[in-house]
Design a protein. Structure first.
Ligand code: CTP
Ligand code: CA
Length: 220
């Protein structure tokens, strides 16, 4: 790897959670902070890539001039932004924790507290990675993430195939210090016919491990 290994390459990344509005003051979200996605964006940019970072709501910022940030809130907005840039990108990295469902109806006024129970009907969001998988060209490389609590490898492998990914990064929630909001992470990278395990590391170093393997595959 040289300091400009990704020069001339466009990397499209999704990061962070999505927020699905319930009414003007509430939403459905998740614990993703975006740290892993932003760490990857920084490293790709340092290596010369032209990075488009489609980011859900996070507290993170980047100063790197090689990163263009497209802020979005909902899964639907994230999908539209991704579609806009997908064709021009050589590498797609789906690091966002996209909400799987959204409220069927968004109330235009704050929902007032009433009875003992409240039911909110949800409808499925588009699976961005899977939709993109259907239009992936031979020269494009795609990376997904998975966070599982059981049957980890089997579930991740199924996602690899279903979403037409070239590799999937499995995050462990079991290991202390790994997962949401931590600065460290412990990953396993799964490809169609290989599995790579890594130690608990800083997210910046995890980003480097992921990028090393991507580079081996696209240049090798
Ligand atoms: N993903 C996506 N769009 C969605 C849901 C997921 O692009 N609507 C992407 C994620 O960014 C990740 C990969 O798909 O790279 C796997 O996400 P995950 O939530 O683990 O998989 P799901 O297919 O949603 O399955 P489940 O949540 O039921 O485990
Ligand atoms: Ca999901």
């Amino acid at each position: 790897m040289t300091e400009k290994s990704f020069k001339g390459r466009v990397v499209l990344l999704t990061a962070g959670p999505t927020h699905e509005p319930i009414d003007p003051v509430r939403f459905i979200g998740n614990h993703s902070t975006g740290k892993m996605g932003y760490a990857l964006a920084e490293r790709f940019a340092q290596l010369g890539a032209d990075v488009i970072l489609v980011s859900g709501p996070t507290n993170l910022h980047t100063q790197h001039t090689g990163i263009r940030v497209k802020d979005v809130t909902t899964a639907d907005e994230m999908y539209k932004a991704v579609l806009k840039y997908a064709e021009t990108a050589d590498i797609w990295v789906f690091a966002a924790a996209v909400a799987d469902y959204r409220p069927k109806v968004v109330a235009d006024k704050k929902i007032k507290k009433a009875g003992q129970e409240l039911t909110i009907e949800l409808v499925k969001n588009v699976d961005i990675a899977a939709a993109l998988g259907k239009q992936k060209k031979e020269w494009q490389f795609s990376v997904g993430f998975a966070l599982e609590t059981d049957n980890e490898s089997a579930n991740a492998k199924e996602k690899l195939s279903k979403k037409n990914l070239d590799m999937i990064v499995l995050n462990s929630l079991k290991d202390p210090g790994a997962g949401f909001a931590h600065d460290t992470n412990k990953i396993t990278i799964i490809e169609q016919d290989a599995t790579h395990t890594f130690e608990l590391k800083k997210k910046s170093e995890v980003a480097q491990d992921i990028i090393n393997l991507i580079l081996e595959r696209i240049d090798g």
